[in-house]
Design a protein around this ligand. Structure first.
Ligand code: NAI
Length: 365
């Protein structure tokens, strides 16, 4: 007879064929339990993801309680009576919050994201809380979005859209450049960076990359691995696809910007703090950065994922960025495709079921 665990839907990673998908098992952290179905507090639930989570849960039948609020020191009290929480990038998983969760009996944090820089992992470990994530849900979603930012900035599609709405059919200020033959520097050639490399290869670009672990697929494509300095010196377009950690924080800062070609295009769909935003503003004012496309911002937790259209924005760095005609900012939406949401929901529910069953197919961090 099949158990609930046998029935748990397995994540389909067919879409990731050819790209190294990681699966980390830390069995020592798993607590085998009798299957009772977990009561899960789902924080930062957005309307667009609820149907995907509900559908993925049909096979698992966990008790999901959706909270629109983010998780923080004030809202952590809501976790009383739950055994697991599911969180997004906007949730606060610092040590003080994790301590409240542990006191309330939470043993699992099931992240609905790939990035985990917002989790105090040593604290979680100390408190015996397992943290699981969705390591890959659609590298295509993010890589394609990065290309969208490049095309929009280069061909000024955002400006053309507004001009045509005002019936201004002049082509003044809409001059772009061919991507063909340009040098694109990719920082981080993991799952997303590799898909991005493939797309830019299709445009006929020369590809340079920086990554401590070069990707075989990229090498096969003709990507040349160089130092960060060399990449900055040579690239016409630089796209960031590496994680945020102590080493990579502010990797794009004043000195690195000084190495870059005048008029360079920088694209960041990874994490905001990879770029020193204040240094980027100075480089934009000096004309060093010719184009900046960002889906992430280092202080985004105070802004993104909420409607602030009636508020006075207090972040002067962000509002200064908004004044540049050659800057496009989007609110962390690169992941937002049907395919990605479906995969996020499936893997999150599978992680919860696997934790409950003590099974190996959990993506722990
Ligand atoms: P991945 O783990 O497959 O690849 C990351 C690559 O970066 C690895 O090959 C690693 O060796 C490399 N790397 C690590 N440190 C580096 C450094 N200092 N310099 C250069 N390379 C370095 O991750 P994946 O799935 O490709 O995601 C990349 C990033 O994209 C994530 O860390 C996350 O921050 C971001 N992301 C953004 C989303 C959005 O909606 N805007 C959605 C999903 C991910």
């Amino acid at each position: 007879m099949k158990t609930d665990c046998d029935l748990a839907q397995q994540p389909s990673f067919d879409i990731l064929a050819g790209i190294h998908a990681e699966r980390r098992h830390k069995e020592t952290k798993l607590i085998p339990k009798k299957v009772t179905h977990m009561k899960v507090a789902v924080f930062s639930t957005k309307n667009f993801e609820k149907p995907f989570l509900t559908e993925a849960n049909q096979l698992c039948q966990h008790e999901l309680i959706f909270f629109e609020t983010t998780l923080d020191e004030q809202t952590a009290i809501l976790t009383k009576g739950f055994t697991a929480v599911s969180c997004f990038v906007s949730d606060n998983l610092s040590a003080p919050v994790l301590e409240i969760l542990a006191k309330n009996g939470i043993c699992l944090v099931a992240l609905r994201s790939a990035g985990f820089n917002h989790v105090d992992l040593p604290a979680a470990n100390k408190l015996g809380i397992t943290v699981a994530r969705v390591p890959a849900y659609s590298p295509f979603a993010v890589a394609e979005f990065a290309v969208g930012l490049i095309l929009t900035l280069n061909r000024k599609i955002h400006r053309a859209y507004n001009l045509i709405r005002e019936h201004n059919f002049l082509l003044t200020n809409l001059l772009g450049f061919d991507l063909h033959g340009k040098t694109v520097g990719i920082i981080g050639t993991g799952k997303i960076g590799t898909v991005f490399a493939r797309i830019m290869h299709g445009f006929g670009c020369n590809l340079l990359a920086v990554d401590p672990i070069p990707s075989k697929a990229c090498v096969k494509l003709g990507v040349r691995y160089v130092t960060l300095n060399e990449l900055c010196l040579q690239a016409d377009i630089i796209s960031l696809h590496c994680p945020l950690n102590k080493e990579s924080r502010h990797m794009i800062e004043e000195k690195m910007l000084a190495h870059m070609k005048t008029g360079v295009m920088i694209i960041n769909t990874s994490r905001g703090a990879l770029i020193d935003t204040r240094a980027a503003i100075q480089a934009l004012k000096a004309g060093k950065i010719g184009y900046l496309g960002i889906d992430v911002y280092e202080e985004e937790e105070h802004l993104f994922f909420q409607d602030l259209s009636n508020n006075i924005i207090q972040d002067d760095v962000f509002t200064r960025l908004q004044t540049f005609p050659n800057v496009i900012i989007t609110g962390h939406q690169a992941f937002l495709t049907n395919e990605a949401l479906s995969n996020i929901a499936t893997v999150t529910l599978n992680n919860i079921t696997a934790f409950e069953c003590g099974a190996n197919d959990i993506f722990t961090i």
